[in-house]
Design a protein around this ligand. Structure first.
Ligand code: NAD
Length: 276
């Protein structure tokens, strides 16, 4: 499902990732979409993935390609299904010829007390936020990266990969798991030109967070503003949401040659939350 192929040129200061190919899971919305845009702006071809309305996804794809002059394709792979993930990686390698930057971003959330946590929600969160997406994509991307002696694996974890909050058992378990997987991948690839790092955002205003705001306002009979101030940003000392553009800029840096010595880290982007 590729669209126009434009000359990407050689890497330069303004387009450090020219000639590279990036795959961002869960990039039809929120943080993943912001990261995909940032990678494209830095000159990388991009493979989008995620759910949504087909016509809107096609528009997003055309828009990114037109704005940044890079080739953009889309995979509808469901991150709970190993075989569709394998097809996505194979289509990337066939269609684009390489895979340099893998951003494991797709994720969902569900909030409930531990003893009432629905088993199917636990399974879905572990599957999308940890097992299927991260293990399968990373496992399948590594051979191509090893062949090129270059790779950047960037896992979008969370502040909840470093600390816990009540009622988020599955999410916190999955995100701590990603931080562990990041370290293992970094150690196993350290001499091969490949790095693996986790980005650990605090709250970023996206549809995923909007759903929590609406849900908590309804559950507790309080206003959206109260939820934002007293529940969400109460954790975040700088009292502001991080932006998808900030996460995009960090991802581009981690994908660049300048970040070659940074591997195995879990980088908080949380306004000081985990400094407590
Ligand atoms: P979002 O809901 O805006 O986007 C999630 C993306 O994942 C969408 O593109 C969706 O289609 C895709 N997705 C969901 N299930 C999928 C599946 N089974 N297969 C393929 N794609 C699937 O969420 P977001 O806030 O942008 O979150 C993105 C990532 O960032 C998640 O891993 C989340 O845990 C993490 N994160 C978010 C925040 C925040 O405050 N928003 C903070 C820390 C970490």
């Amino acid at each position: 499902m590729n669209i126009q192929l434009k000359t990407q040129g050689a890497p330069s200061a303004s387009r450090p990732l020219a000639g590279k190919v990036s795959l961002v899971t869960g990039s039809t919305s929120g943080i993943g979409l912001g990261i995909a845009r940032a990678l494209a702006e830095a000159g990388s071809a991009v493979v989008l993935n995620g759910f949504g309305v087909v016509s809107e996804i096609a528009r997003t794809k055309d828009r990114i390609s037109a704005d940044y002059g890079v080739r953009v394709s889309y995979s509808p792979a469901d991150m709970t299904k190993a075989e569709t993930i394998a097809e996505m990686i194979a289509a990337t390698l066939t269609g684009h010829g390489r895979l340099d930057v893998l951003v494991n971003n797709a994720g969902i959330q569900y909030v409930a007390p531990l003893d009432q946590f629905p088993i199917e929600k636990w399974d879905a969160i572990l599957s999308i936020n940890l097992s299927s997406a991260f293990l399968h994509t990373t496992r399948l991307a590594l051979p191509a990266m090893r062949k090129n002696k270059f790779g950047r694996i960037i896992n979008i974890a969370s502040a909840h990969g470093l600390v816990a909050s009540p009622f988020k058992a599955a999410y916190v378990a999955a995100k701590h798991g990603i931080v562990g997987l990041t370290k293992v991948a970094a150690l196993e690839t350290a001499e091969e030109g490949i790095t693996c790092n986790a980005i650990c955002p605090g709250y970023v205003y996206t549809p995923l967070v909007e759903a929590q705001i609406g849900g908590q306002a309804k559950a507790h009979g309080i206003s959206r503003e109260q939820v934002i101030r007293d529940a969400l940003l109460a954790q975040q000392p700088n009292k502001r949401f991080a932006t998808v553009e900030e996460l995009g800029a960090l991802t581009v840096f981690l994908a660049s040659d300048a970040a070659v010595s940074i591997t195995g880290t879990a980088l908080p982007v949380d306004g000081g939350w985990t400094a407590h």
